[in-house]
Design a protein around this ligand. Structure first.
Ligand code: PQ2
Ligand code: NAD
Length: 213
């Protein structure tokens, strides 16, 4: 496997973005959606970034880049149009064992950003390992057209029921069977996609009786 995909909780965690152009703006938007706080180092920034600075926890430093800008940051994105500056950010971050994304050269990056389908809590991330970002975008579109109806609602319902299932049953095998049946259960999926709460309740109770006990 060329890259290990992982889903980070960035809420309240400071991330460094170096550069303030179109690409930096796009990366900032994504990190802010995940609740990160940002340190932005760039002599000038786009008007959208200026707006984001007014609305979010962003520390904009219009000063020359120094290594100390990494202090307190969980990860860095080198997003300038200056290849040497991007490489420097990557070298500093790597020396401090911090993950670094490099927008103009995946070979000096320790992570790459995937194309994302955000149906939180369901999140689908696609990467072509830096070979073909546009194809990641096309695959994302393709996948988003294939997703099952009511997917997000079924997952939210599973989250609500999870503790009850865990408390009702000790057997991992039976729990696995329960969840497999749950997600394949056509009448339940139908009720969920119609948001028919009475029917959802009835189907869930019958699943508990039939699958778990
Ligand atoms: C998926 C996506 C996620 C995101 O950014 O959110 C993403 N790039 C997207 C779009 C896109 N990027 C580029 C174009 C113009 C067409 C083209 O040149 O191909 C378009 C199309 C567009 O903008 O529509 C140009 C480009 N990109 C990179 C380089 C440098 C290089 O290849 O060396 C250059 C050349 C720059 C130049 O020549 O000047 C590098 C990277 N781009 C990545 C991610 C990482 C690999 C991800 C993977 O494994 O697939 C990686 C390695 C690093 C990183 O950025 O993490 C996002 C689509 C999101 C969406 O819409 O859902
Ligand atoms: N990864 C991707 O998805 C992707 C997509 C398109 C382009 N790119 C690459 O990303 C790079 C940036 O593209 P862009 O459209 O944002 O460029 P841009 O010209 O809009 O912005 C560049 C920004 O970098 C800042 N900058 C330059 N030198 C700096 C330094 N030493 N320290 C701090 N900030 C500095 C500038 O002030 C500006 O804000 C380009 O090299 C391009 O090849 C990557």
């Amino acid at each position: 496997m060329d890259y290990f995909p992982l889903f980070c909780d960035l809420k309240g965690k400071r991330c460094l973005i170096v550069g303030g152009g179109q690409v930096a703006t796009h990366k900032a938007r994504g990190l802010l959606l995940a609740g990160a706080t940002l340190r932005l180092v760039a002599p000038s920034i786009t008007s959208e970034l200026e707006l984001l600075c007014a609305e979010h926890d962003i520390e904009w430093l219009p000063v020359p880049l120094i290594k100390q800008h990494l202090t307190g940051c969980w990860l860095a994105i080198a997003a300038t149009n200056d290849a040497a500056a991007n490489r420097l950010v990557s070298q500093w971050a790597t020396a401090e064992q911090k993950f670094c994304n490099c927008v103009d050269d995946p070979s000096c990056a320790s992570f790459i950003t995937p194309a994302i389908i955000d149906c939180s809590p369901v999140i689908i991330a696609v990467s072509c390992g830096g070979h073909a970002p546009v194809y990641s975008k096309i695959l994302k579109q393709h996948l988003s057209e294939q997703l099952p109806a009511g997917m997000r609602e079924m997952v939210l319902l599973a989250g609500v029921l999870r503790e009850r299932v865990n408390q009702s049953c000790d057997s991992r095998e039976r729990k696995r069977a329960f969840w497999t049946m749950f997600f394949h259960h056509a009448p339940l999926r139908q009720a969920v996609s119609e948001n028919n709460t009475d029917e959802i309740h009835q189907q869930v109770e019958s699943l508990f009786q039939n699958a778990l006990f």
